[in-house]
Design a protein around this ligand. Structure first.
Ligand code: BT5
Length: 265
C-alpha cells in the first residue's frame, strides 16, 4: 500500500518488475472500481505513447499509471494530464534535474523557461540539441455524459535508463545527473504532487497556474500539428481545460490536441 511505499498520499501502489503496460493494468483496475491506485513497473514490454506510438520502456524507468475515479465532468479530463505533467516536472526538479513542460504533456530538460530563449542568441541551448525528452504522458479515460467514470494518467519517466537504449532526442535522469536516482522516492514525490493538485475539485484551480509556471512553451514560437493541420505562431497562454492559445498571422487560434514543436526564431 501507499504507506509501505513511503507515501503520504491516499494511493495504494501495485508494483511489477515487468508488465506489458502499466496503463493497461491501471485501466483494468479503474474499470473494476479502483480509485487511487498507482501501478508502477520497472520494465514494460508493450507500452504505448499517444496515437498508438511505441514507447520504449526498458528496465530502470519509472513507468507509472494512476487509476482515478474523480467526481468531475469529462470536460475537465485534460486537467488531469496537466497535473500529471506538473507532478512529473516537480519530481524531476526534486531529483536535481531542471525540467520544463512542453505543451501538452512532454517533460523536457535542456530548455529555458518561457520566453528566455526567444532572442535568438542561442545561449540557452549551447549544444544546439533543443529540449531532450525525459518523460511523456498518455492519459486514457472513460466518461459518461456528465461524469468521468475513470481516468488513467500514464507517466513514463526515463529514470535510470541508459540513454543509448532511448530514441534520438530522449534523455534520462541518470544521464543528466551522472548517477542513478532513487526511483521509489521519485515515484512517491510524483504521486504526492499529483494527489495534492488533482485530489479534490477545489484544488484543481491551482493546476493551470502551476502548469504555466513550469512550462517552456509559453512565449515561444511553435508549430502544432493538429488533426486539422498545422498551426504556427507564438504560444501565449494555456486556457481551461488545457487548450494552447497561439497568436498566428491570421489571428488567435486555440488548439486542443496535437504535437507541438518549439521553433527557433
Ligand atoms: C508520450 O507519447 O509521450 C506518452 C508516453 C507515455 C508512456 C507511459 S509509460 C507508463 C504508461 N504505460 C504505457 O503503456 N504508456 C504510459 P507521445 O507524445 O506520442 O510520444 C511518443 C514518441 O516519443 C515516440 O514516437 C518516440 O519518438 C518517443 N519515445 C519513445 N519512447 C521514449 C522514451 N522512453 N523517452 C523519450 N521519448 C520516447
Amino acid at each position: 500500500a501507499g504507506i509501505e511505499f513511503g507515501l503520504d498520499a491516499p494511493y495504494a501502489v501495485e508494483y511489477h518488475d515487468r508488465i506489458a503496460s502499466t496503463n493497461e493494468r491501471a485501466r483494468e483496475l479503474a474499470s473494476d472500481g479502483a480509485d487511487g491506485v498507482a501501478v508502477v513497473a520497472d520494465e514494460q514490454t508493450g507500452s504505448r505513447g499517444r496515437l498508438d506510438r511505441e514507447w520504449v520502456a526498458p528496465s530502470g524507468g519509472v513507468w507509472l499509471s494512476l487509476a482515478v475515479r474523480p467526481d468531475a465532468p469529462p470536460a475537465r479530463a485534460p486537467l488531469f494530464t496537466l497535473a500529471a505533467a506538473v507532478a512529473t516536472a516537480d519530481a524531476c526538479r526534486e531529483a536535481g534535474v531542471d525540467a520544463h513542460i512542453k505543451w501538452p504533456n512532454d517533460v523536457l530538460v535542456g530548455e529555458s523557461e518561457s520566453g528566455d530563449d526567444g532572442e535568438g542568441d542561442g545561449d540557452a541551448d549551447p549544444g544546439g540539441r533543443g529540449g531532450r525528452k525525459v518523460a511523456g504522458i498518455l492519459t486514457e479515460m472513460e466518461g459518461e455524459a456528465d461524469r468521468i467514470s475513470w481516468i488513467v494518467p500514464g507517466i513514463g519517466v526515463n529514470a535510470n535508463v541508459d540513454a543509448e537504449a532511448l530514441p534520438a532526442g530522449a534523455t534520462s535522469l541518470c544521464e543528466e545527473l551522472g548517477e542513478p536516482v532513487d526511483r521509489r522516492r521519485f515515484a512517491a514525490t510524483l504521486i504526492e504532487r499529483f494527489a495534492a493538485l488533482a485530489g479534490t475539485a477545489d484544488r484543481m484551480d491551482r493546476i493551470l497556474p502551476a502548469w504555466r509556471e513550469r512550462a517552456s512553451t509559453l512565449g515561444r514560437r511553435v508549430r502544432v500539428d493538429t488533426p486539422n493541420g498545422p498551426v504556427t505562431g507564438t504560444a501565449v497562454d494555456v486556457e481551461p481545460p488545457g487548450a494552447l492559445v497561439i497568436e498566428t498571422d491570421e489571428g488567435v487560434r486555440r488548439v486542443h490536441a496535437g504535437d507541438c514543436e518549439h521553433l527557433r526564431d
